[in-house]
Design a protein around this ligand. Sequence first.
Ligand code: UDP
Ligand code: MG
Length: 330
Amino acid sequence: MISVVVPIYNEEELIVRFHEAVAMALESAHTGWEVVYVNDGSTDFSLELLRGLQAMDSHIVVVELSRNWGHMGAISAGIQTARGNAVILMDGDFQDPPEVLPKLIDAWRDGAEVVVAVRKSRQERRKILAKLFPLFYRVLGALSDYPIPLNAGVFSLMDRKAVDSVNAMGEKNRYLPGLRAWVGYRNTVVFYDRQDRAAGDGKLSFLSRIKYAMDAITSFSYKPLRLSFALFFLASFMAAVLAFCMLFSKSAVATAGFGVTAAVFFVGGLLLLCLGVLGEYLGRVYDEVRSRPLSIIDTVHRSPAKIAPQFGVIPMQASSDQNQEGIEAA
Ligand code: UDP
Ligand code: MG
């Protein structure tokens, strides 16, 4: 069986169309399947629509989170809940086109254990993002201490083995494309054209994107910490040059005053920069030590009986709702 995990936050305009497209793509792959929709505290009618769809289609599992936890929190709740032999992660806004699903499944059937969907092109309405993404990937590629496939987001298929490995990791500030590469297993890529969002606006705020980019860099690179050393040498060199100039200058008190002020600012700035870098890492260390879950599942709604063609009927508990209080540690 294949599980597809889709985080949903205020996608009422899209959900019905999206599920139709996903169901069609999965049927064409001739496999048992379930779609795990994680409702990430939507404030519109997304949850009601999902529950309505579920009443008509027993392939649907709806995971209700206790509040809005963000993209990564929702995905991690989804992969904890998914029961497939392989799990596909995709966004619910048609940016990851459902037509690509059979290709991911074929690559898995051919023996790959992690199939990453790599963007060969990207449609992006928001021009600033279209410019920032390649820049981010370039910086990450240069800084990362571990090779991470670039131009790939969460859209991918992971074999049960890889899913279990990712689930077993306790990291709280997750950069999934990095972890997915880091766990290893037989990897392959499938290329696709990333579409623009089919309706509505992007749900991730600019600040949450910056945080995600910082997670990516800090969790796969120590280089920014080492930057302090480079800056220290640079500052020392500047100080030496200034001292040299002072020794040989022919007085001019004002010039010296300016020079000293400039030096103070320069060194002060460097110190602040280094403190900032330390702060980024320290904050994340604090998160890991507190060990709070990435998200909290309120309820998992499953259909009473699930028909999976190659397994027959899988009997479920009498009640269709399982309460999983406080589960889902990363
Ligand atoms: N999403 C979510 N929680 C959030 C924000 C977004 O579950 O707090 C979902 C959203 O519904 C979508 C996916 O995550 O299915 C990607 O979000 P979005 O399209 O806004 O991000 P972008 O594609 O702009 O990076
Ligand atoms: Mg999107």
